[in-house]
Design a protein around this ligand. Sequence first.
Ligand code: ADP
Ligand code: ADP
Length: 228
Amino acid sequence: MIEFENVTKEYPDGTVAIEDISFAVEEGTTTVLVGPSGCGKTTTMKLVNRLEDPTEGTVYFDGTDISKLDEIELRRDIGYVIQEIGLFDHMTVGENVATVPELKSWDEARIDNRVDELLELMDLPPEQYRDQYPSELSGGQRQRVGVARALAADPDVMLMDEPFGALDPITRENLQNEFLDIQEEINTTILFVTHSIDEALKMGDRIAIFDVGELVQYDTPGEILSDP
Ligand code: ADP
Ligand code: ADP
């Protein structure tokens, strides 16, 4: 589904964020990138939706070199959730979730159904939350809206960069559990970034352990736990 082949990213100031990284993400799985701050996790994610391009090597999406794909189209197929989700404050919850389906010109009935379905899924009953504004919600609820928005257009891939990182521990645990429950329903390939090994072991089918610019291990949680 997504494959990194000998990818190096050097920023214009000379910082080498990742060096010669190769790994492949299987369709329908959740792969967690874990490692300390500054080790290249966010850079790796940005290479997938082309917010950055590699200095060397190739990233493939369904077998196609992504540098050959249209950036805008690519981003519509890839949901992106970051730590402090940028909801549109002047839009209601429902309008926020509908953003990408609107861009894709779905008909109104289909958009309405999709928005309600996702708000339900994210434990935000639509009759209560659909017409509220982001400023009326708690941090955890805003993050739920962000996840719903990223899922709205049935993306092939979801990039989730510390999606629950800014939440208090209890809310974070609730969202982790909810997300584990919905993973099976949404059937999307997920790349998930965290600096918490506990979160990685909990959320991942596969775990990619990074250390400054390098991928040091890529395994299932079971293999990682049994490897001293
Ligand atoms: P993270 O939460 O992944 O550790 P950072 O704090 O490293 O995020 O980076 C936040 C943003 O700042 C990112 O968009 C990143 O590209 C940018 N950034 C990080 N380090 C630098 C740098 N040395 N120069 C310019 N931009 C940077
Ligand atoms: P992580 O997500 O693991 O915290 P990042 O990918 O954000 O790591 O950063 C990896 C390295 O690249 C860090 O040294 C960071 O400062 C640097 N970096 C990130 N973005 C930029 C940028 N836009 N310009 C220069 N250096 C950057």
